[in-house]
Design a protein around this ligand. Structure first.
Ligand code: NAD
Length: 461
């Protein structure tokens, strides 16, 4: 039996980062994953390939829609989808093999196979060549999540599929129906819309991007409609099936829609099947998420869990923070995650970057706040880029001025939100951000200006 200080099940962003950090802390670490490629959903069929396709499709779209404004004349713009898809695959391959190298460098032992807890301190790895038994002083479950579906939807793994299929359609669909206007629906819907598909989005709620700041999401909604998305809000999908060479999507209170592909993006659920949780008594909640305490400890001694499998924000960077905090707690007794300063990014055009409380949440909680807004159309760099849609909104406590939330819709919002996240992690006031010198001309000045606007002192608006 191979003995390890920590055995981590799952090599997604939560698991592999935890493995490297644990090794840095001097622990003898093993990481189990049954996929040849390390990196989990995020690297293989999630964050990374979707960003590669978003970038390529954006360039394709811009070439025929924005270049003329810059005085660039391009004729005969064509699409080589095979090449676009293979570039995406190359990006994924380079990054996953990078994790292999990091494991070697940090002396993380990698086991390929399915990990299963077999009793206290024991994990079995079921690989192609048989079963290996590991002894584990600590077990960390980082198995992530899988796509959810809906009753009545017949996923065929091809035309009616999830994000995995939508990252690799071999042809641009003529008509793609997206079920669910969340992160995945808006990002992958954008990819195929830019490449020429008609995209119809069916969303159960009366808004897109639930959970995001409402004003910001509503403004994005208007821009997405202008881009050509067709939305049906308040549309509860009751079924989808393949019929001949078409798909039919049924919804309550509306005509069925016929299309040639369906993307089901209605959320994700925890992945715990076959993990042997019952062998040690790891408790899950009603929805199947593993229950943990503030130190990521489950109900079973020596068994910890982090990332999507414990619920909360299902984001790669949240899993990474938890993975690091968990192994630091195991190794040193100290470690924490600041859940008030975890950013969220939707990589549409424009992007949406958000951190902290939404305006609705502050109102619901009866918190008195001040609000500063600055539109990108008043920002010099945004003008030069010809990307003037959107705005920055800073929400600060009315009494203390502490920043409680920042919501950005606009160019590179995903990068800009980092400054707000750092500021909030340090407990900054809006005045702190406003007084810090920001280079000119940059998009980041829009955040400074919105912070100034909290106190009615914006210079350029
Ligand atoms: P989501 O939770 O973001 O959105 C799901 C949407 O489906 C919701 O708007 C919901 O109201 C809608 N819906 C549910 N049932 C429906 C029905 N019967 N008919 C119509 N609409 C229905 O989920 P997702 O987009 O599938 O993404 C899954 C997870 O992956 C998310 O939790 C997200 O955090 C993560 N993710 C993040 C990123 C990013 O960080 N940029 C990108 C992709 C995915």
């Amino acid at each position: 039996m191979n003995q390890h200080d920590v055995v981590i099940i799952g090599a997604g962003p939560g698991g592999y980062v935890a493995a490297i950090r644990a090794a840095q802390l001097g622990l003898n670490v093993a990481c189990i994953d049954d996929n040849e490629m390390l990196g989990g959903t995020c690297l293989r069929v999630g964050c990374i390939p979707s960003k590669a396709m978003l970038e390529s499709s954006e360039l394709f779209y811009e070439t025929s829609h924005s270049f003329a404004e810059h005085g660039i004349e391009v004729q005969g713009v064509g699409l080589d989808l095979d090449r676009m898809l293979s570039r995406k695959n190359q990006v994924v391959k380079a990054l996953t093999s990078g994790i292999n190298a990091l494991f070697k460098k940090n002396k993380v032992t990698r086991y390929k196979g399915r990990g299963r807890i077999d009793g206290p301190g024991r994990v079995l790895v079921q690989g192609d060549d048989g079963t290996v038994e590991l002894g584990a002083r600590n077990i960390l479950i980082a198995t992530g999540s899988v796509s959810s579906s809906l009753p009545g939807i017949e996923l065929d793994g091809d035309r009616i599929g999830t994000s995995t299929e939508a990252l690799s359609y071999p042809q641009v669909p003529k008509h793609l129906v997206v079920i669910g206007a969340g992160y995945i629906g808006m990002e992958l819907g954008s990819v195929w819309l830019r490449l020429g598909a008609k995209v119809t989005v069916l969303e159960y709620l009366d808004r897109i991007l639930p959970g995001m700041d409402r004003e910001t999401a509503d403004e994005a909604f208007k821009l997405f409609k202008k881009q050509g998305f067709e939305f049906h809000l308040g549309a509860r999908v009751t079924g989808a099936r393949v019929q001949g060479d078409q798909c039919v999507v049924e919804r309550e209170g509306g005509e069925p829609i016929t299309c040639d592909r369906v993307l089901v993006s209605v959320g994700r659920k925890p992945l715990t099947d076959g993990l042997g949780l019952e062998t040690v008594g790891v408790a899950t909640d009603k929805r199947g998420f593993i229950q943990v305490d503030g130190r990521f400890a489950t109900s079973a001694a020596g068994v910890y869990a982090i990332g999507d499998v414990i619920g909360g924000m299902m984001l790669a960077h949240k899993a990474q923070e938890e993975g690091i905090a968990c192994v630091e707690l195991i190794a040193t007794g100290h470690g924490h995650v600041n859940y008030d300063a975890i950013p969220g990014v939707v990589y549409t055009n424009p992007e949406i970057g958000t951190v902290g409380k939404t305006e609705e949440a502050l109102k619901d909680a009866g918190v008195e706040y001040r609000k500063g807004v600055f539109p990108f159309r008043a920002n010099g760099r945004a003008r030069a880029l010809a990307q003037v849609e959107g705005k920055v909104k800073v929400l600060a406590d009315a009494k203390t001025d502490r920043v409680l939330g920042v919501h950005i819709l606009g160019p590179r919002a995903g990068d800009l939100i980092a400054e707000a996240a750092v500021a909030m992690d340090y407990g900054a006031s809006s005045e702190d951000i406003a007084r810090a010198c920001h280079a000119h001309p940059t998009l980041a000045e829009a955040l400074k200006e919105a912070a100034l606007a909290v106190d009615g002192r914006s210079i350029h608006f």
